[in-house]
Design a protein around this ligand. Structure first.
Ligand SMILES: [Mn+2]
Length: 426
């Protein structure tokens, strides 16, 4: 952990320039009848959960190149997220993966969470790999498996996840199914769906009434001929069949190239079924790159839909749970997460600054060019002073990545945990 004094000292030399940039932008915005402080307040409120599996190097199926100082247990993972939260004030929650991070000392973990000002927001089940000592294999599926005993084992694992989560105050279970088939004819497509629906219903039944079940979809991988839940339509139909507390989770990397993700986001909000987000960056598929690294305009357009729906009183979508789901092989994972959050906040700030009334008018009068120009005006604005001001108001660093480096955090972590420590995850 950095001391308050250390953060203050790191900010001090940057402060004068920051204030100059912020007041210039605030002045510019007020001429457009927009309130910079109101945007900053929204940014300060915005929180993204950090997954317990993103704190070590990962990211490829072929090899890992640990950089040292990776967290060796859940307690150290909470410490890493606490540090991120200290630097940017935007990562106050953790998404737990079971069984990679089964909580042991509940009282100790709660104490740690309080110290760092963190909550455990969700638990993620894993039926995409076999665990040591597990009676049945998931090689041919889990919740959709042809054999009842395998399905029952997978259902019970999800119920166990709920029970772990309850002890730590979580209220969300996220299910991503790797079930599917690799060859035509391998799996009966309709029966696989029906079995999945029945298994999910059993999990939903066991879930406390103040919890929500988030169902993720993915078009391919690990199975390449068919996935049982390949698209948002399948997720949506499953949620509808389960009840009010089941909602769709959109993972940005889980789409075929060029899919219009912002439209999916808009549709799900229209139906009141957008439950959560997994942020990451994608060039081709589930690449798990830094959020917003290669497609910042797409990220902005997604936030534009989120802000638009949030301001539309006819939309009754539940509160959306924001999480990062990425894992990196070439970057320091903590720096990667700081960059992701910075890009997310930037996209959100720009979406908040879209002149929504003018856009509405342009759309309704079919003024194509004006509508596009309004979006571009907001997108091309340099909102970094707003994001930095949000960090500052949260007690964080004006430039989190630079502060992380200047404070020598990784070097300290290597000293404490060793060069060879390897975090659980993929
Ligand atoms: Mn995901």
């Amino acid at each position: 952990m950095l001391t308050v004094q250390r953060l203050h000292d790191l900010n001090q030399p940057l402060l004068a320039e920051h204030q100059l940039q912020f007041s210039y932008l605030a002045d510019l915005l007020s001429r457009r009848h927009q309130d910079a402080q109101a945007v900053v307040r929204e940014l300060v409120k915005f929180q993204v959960a950090i997954p317990s599996w993103a704190l070590g190097t990962g990211g490829t199926r072929f090899g890992r190149f640990p950089l040292g100082g990776e967290p060796r247990n859940l307690e150290e993972k909470i410490g890493d997220v606490g540090l991120l939260h200290q630097l940017n004030g935007s990562s106050n929650s953790i998404s737990l993966h079971i069984p990679w991070d089964i909580p042991q000392d509940i009282a100790g973990l709660e104490q740690l969470q309080r110290e760092y000002g963190l909550v455990i927001d969700s638990v993620n089940s894993n039926t995409f790999q076999d665990q040591p000592g597990q009676p049945f294999s998931y090689k041919f599926g889990s919740l959709s498996h042809t054999e009842q005993a395998v399905r029952q084992q997978a259902i019970q694992h999800n119920i166990d996840c709920i029970n772990y989560g309850r002890q730590l105050g979580a209220r969300t279970l996220t299910v991503w199914l790797a079930d599917g088939s690799n060859f035509p004819g391998q799996q009966h497509l309709r029966r696989a769906y029906r079995r999945t629906q029945e298994s999910l219903a059993a999990i939903y039944e066991a879930m406390p009434s103040d919890w929500q079940l988030l169902i993720e979809y993915k078009p391919y991988e690990p199975h390449f001929y068919s996935m049982v839940i390949p698209d948002w339509g399948t997720s949506y139909s499953l949620c509808q069949s389960l009840g009010q507390n089941a909602n769709v989770l959109v993972d940005l990397g889980h789409h075929l190239p060029n899919t219009n993700i912002e439209q999916i986001v808009g549709r799900l909000q229209q139906f009141g079924r957008l439950g959560g987000f997994h942020f990451n960056g994608s060039m081709y598929g589930d690449d798990d790159l830094t959020t917003g690294s290669s497609k910042p305009f797409q990220l902005f357009l997604i936030f534009n839909e989120l802000v638009d729906a949030a301001r539309d009183t006819s939309v009754t979508n539940p509160l959306v749970a924001y999480m990062i789901d990425a894992s990196h092989n070439t970057k320091d994972p903590l720096e990667d997460l700081l960059q992701s959050i910075e890009n997310i906040l930037g996209a959100y700030a720009k979406a908040l600054l879209v002149d929504r009334e003018a856009l509405h008018e342009a759309q309704e009068t079919n003024d194509v060019v004006r509508a596009e120009e309004i979006l571009r005006d907001a997108f091309l604005l340099d909102v970094r002073p707003l994001v930095a001001e949000a960090y500052r108001q949260s007690g964080g660093a004006l430039k989190p990545v630079a502060a992380y480096r200047a404070a020598g955090v990784r070097e300290q972590l290597i000293q404490q945990r060793g060069k060879l420590s390897v975090s659980t995850g993929l």
